[in-house]
Design a protein around this ligand. Structure first.
Ligand code: 4AD
Ligand code: MG
Length: 460
């Protein structure tokens, strides 16, 4: 059945034309002679109003139309005299696909986001989740478009891997061994040679290491895929399963890397403002009156660039009482990130972190103490990106792997990249859900992904 989307119909000026629309009933209002039915099909946040003359329909037909039910309506598109819409449909034929009784949980407006999480299978039918999901789609498309237009190739990296790219060890094991009775080595440890892949495997925490292999051939690549971290942190900014975008560029140093990061983030914010205004306006009015201001500021402002050492100085010389005292050598906490962003009144790119708090692959600076890492700190969400120039020197990388006690043999292929035609290169990781939180103003990451995975929660 070919129908016209609500989005198309609301734009149409083909008055008196016969049209067909299909969608779900948001509200129904009876008056003496007519019934008003607001239909939404998810193509746009707005509903189209259907007007059904009581005399033209059987009473039971009109009765069966309830909030949440699904309809096909055939009728005439007419100029609307009512407020709030330019067109409406004068119904000629109504077909009920599926009714919904009083137990339909989305009867009235104004449910809490917490409640909606419990009905994640139905929440896409709310204005809020609909808006968020359309924006999530638009941002995913814009990310692919940005890279495509700038000469990058999309690369699919494995979800199941044997390596721990970030060296943080927060991984989900992948195994087919019998949990109750696993095969054992002589010393009592589990014998993974018996496992499906003949070795220990886990869900990937990052596609970066594999992306580097492709960058050393195609020059500019990016990954965009699901990423898994078994951090037991129940915060509004962490998921156990999230989506990460990781560009990797040969011949780019840390400054080139930062330029791409800044250009891309501004492009994405502009794209949202140019293409998602209906949804953004709704979210701005409903949840966060500062949202549009924030987006408009970020799209034009030049991001502040500071070193970690400068950042620590700023924090130390502030009068603010931090829960965690800023100290050279320790990681920046959320409160520190927030302070820096507020202090500079713009996104902040922090570089040259102490090597002790960053991953093994980051390029060592001449001082021998800091590495060429970069984090992008954003208003509202904190760290939105993390990246670095990579260590391209074989000996230095090997020394780092040994120093950190990483499995040297397992990393043979990664070291090979430095053995055969090594090149300076850089990249970063953008957390899709952090980006969507920033763009939508949603304050909990569980509300920007259809089915969130968090500690003790894998419903649906
Ligand atoms: O800073 P991270 O750990 O960097 C990497 O994984 C590098 N391999 C990236 C690279 O250089 N190619 O993660 C990158 C981003 C973070 O800045 C954050 O936006 C997001 O991924 N992120 C998470 N998002 C949701 N839930 C989590 N548990 C996240 N952990 C990281
Ligand atoms: Mg990071």
């Amino acid at each position: 059945m070919i129908t016209t989307s609500v989005k198309e119909l609301l734009k149409s000026t083909d008055y008196d034309k016969e049209v067909t629309v299909q969608g779900w009933v948001r509200t129904k209002r009876d008056s003496k002679q007519v019934v008003f039915i607001a239909i939404n099909d998810g193509s746009i946040i707005h509903n189209i109003q259907v007007v059904a003359n009581i005399e033209s329909f059987l009473e039971e037909t009109l009765k069966s139309i309830t909030t949440g039910s699904c309809l096909l309506v055939n009728g005439t598109l007419v100029k609307s005299l009512g407020q709030g819409q330019t067109v409406e449909i004068q119904a000629k034929e109504i077909k009920l696909y599926g009714g919904a009784d009083e137990s339909y949980p989305l009867q009235k407006k104004g449910h809490t986001l917490e409640f909606l999480r419990e009905i994640a299978h139905l929440r896409p039918r709310t204005n809020t989740l609909g808006a968020v999901m359309r924006i999530r789609h638009a941002m995913s498309y814009a990310i692919h478009k940005y890279f495509n237009d700038n000469g990058f190739f999309y690369l699919n990296t494995p979800v199941i891997t044997g390596s721990d790219a970030e060296g943080a060890g927060e991984m989900f094991r992948v195994t087919t061994l019998d949990m109750k009775n696993p095969p054992k080595n002589e010393d009592g440890s589990i014998d993974y040679k018996e496992d499906f892949f003949g070795k220990e495997t886990n869900l990937t925490v990052s596609g970066q290491l594999e992306a580097e292999t492709a960058a050393m051939a195609l020059s500019k690549v990016y990954t965009f895929g699901p990423t898994f971290r078994a951090e037991n942190s129940n915060t509004p900014r962490h998921l156990a399963e999230f989506w990460m975008i990781e560009p990797e560029m040969a011949f780019y140093d840390i400054t080139d890397n930062m330029n791409v990061a800044e250009d891309m983030l501004k492009y994405l914010v502009r794209y949202a403002l140019e293409n998602c205004m209906d949804d953004l306006t709704f979210l701005n009015n409903m949840y966060d009156k500062e949202l549009l201001n924030r987006l408009n500021t970020v799209k034009d402002v030049t991001f502040k660039r500071i070193t970690y050492t400068e950042g620590i100085e700023v924090l130390k010389s502030s009068n603010k009482k931090f829960e965690f005292k800023p100290e050279w050598g320790s990681d920046l906490q959320k409160e520190h990130e927030n302070y820096l962003v507020e202090h500079f009144k713009s996104p902040v790119m922090v570089t040259d972190y102490p090597k002790g708090i960053k991953a093994f692959y980051m390029k060592l600076n001449e001082d021998g103490k800091t590495v060429r890492g970069m984090d992008v700190l954003f208003p509202y969400v904190g760290e939105i990106m993390g990246g670095s120039q990579r260590e391209e020197n074989y000996d230095k990388l090997l020394a780092r792997i040994r120093e950190m006690g990483l499995p040297e043999k397992e990393m043979g292929w990664y070291l090979d990249l430095r053995k055969f035609g090594t090149a300076p290169h850089s990249g970063f990781g953008l957390g899709l859900e952090r980006l969507i939180m920033f763009i939508t103003g949603m304050s909990n990451m569980r509300d920007v992904i259809p089915f969130p995975r968090t500690p003790k929660n894998a419903e649906f």
